[in-house]
Design a protein around this ligand. Sequence first.
Ligand code: EPU
Length: 420
Amino acid sequence: MEKFVINGGRKLSGEVNISGAKNSAVAIIPATILVDGVCTIENVPNIKDVRLLNDILIKLGIKIDYDEVSDIIVVDSEKINSYIVPYDLVKCMRASYYLLGALLGRFKKAEVSFPGGCDFGYRPIDQHIKGFEALGAKVEIDQGMIKMYAERLIGCQIYLDVVSVGATINLMLAAVKAEGTTILENAAKEPHVVDVANFLNAMGANIKGAGTDIIKIKGVESLKGGVTHSIIPDQIEVGTYMIAAAVTKSDITIKNVIPKHMESLIAKLIEMNVKVIEGEDTIRIIGNDELTNVNIKTLPYPGFPTDLHPQASVLLCLANGISIITEGVWDSRFQYVDELKRMGANIKVEGRVSIIEGKNKFSGAPVKATDLRAGAALVIAGLVAEGTTEIYNINFIDRGYENFQSKLRSLGADIVRVPE
Ligand code: EPU
């Protein structure tokens, strides 16, 4: 086990390059199961979740060549020989639920253990299951496994009761080779939903409307390989560096960005008095000593992303006055608050709302990451804290941030990774 040790108080400067989106990669890699032929995927983030997924696919008989230096994966699923994914393979991997849709689409059957490792509260997959059943699958839960069998998968209309990224993508995967047309209503609009649809379309799928709340999927007989797809930049990684710059009152340029994906955060930063300069594929942040307090409500895209909530909280601790964050996506995303309080934050949580009293100073302390984004928030607090912060459980952070400490070091932060 390793930990981060951060000596706070240094300003950041220079440029940082953003990696491919984790939440696209963890869907596109399983999506290759549906393809007859070789897929080349570029801009794959070198993170733990991707390495875990690759291992799962290899165990199913899929050939994977992963060049970790160029961030390219070449996948050949022709020799896939199993539709069964037991618990020991998925226990550390929430996004393993995409194997359900992909295996069902390929074999019309799938047996996948319930995804493990919930890091913040109750995470149901009832909307995924409802959709698979509507497409014609019989679904049974047996000894912790979700077992699905379909004689035929037949296109249908599915209304999602909640806007779910996972259910939207999973049902696209299951429907892409179904007979007839599937219409997903109340679909999620996140950039990675569009990225997965673009990947599938490049392989021969017929998906229209991704990025809107109605997606039409006309089933095709097969998906062909031979195509190269490049994963979009990670919107949450971009936001994390934007907030890190604002917290440390620094001037940095973030490269390989789609600024349009960042609108909700850009709007909040401007409201807070932070200068944001958008380029074609860059964002420059120039911090400000006086930060205005704001209220934030997290919502599905294009709303403010829940995956930037803990990081934004750190920034609001430094603003003038009281700010409020309302968590609009997850029931329980406030585990980071107790850790942040150990560093001096003044935050009160009531249900899904946190009340943040600003103008705080952070002081370094030993703290532990309680999930991926909570870990990122603690790192950001450590960058501005007086003294030394030690962050434990950084395996959570490794799940989703490529080279976090080296990228921060290249911006001038004093952060090292050492054995616990
Ligand atoms: N929900 C249901 N039923 C379902 C599915 C979801 O009630 O069948 C509810 C959830 O309980 C939640 C809301 O719908 O309240 C949204 O959940 P969603 O399905 O959109 O989340 P997810 O697909 O499981 C992805 C990301 C999360 C991110 C959420 C929301 C991946 C692998 N994970 O999760 O990312 O928080 O969307 O944007 O794509 C992260 O990257 O740190 C992370 C947790």
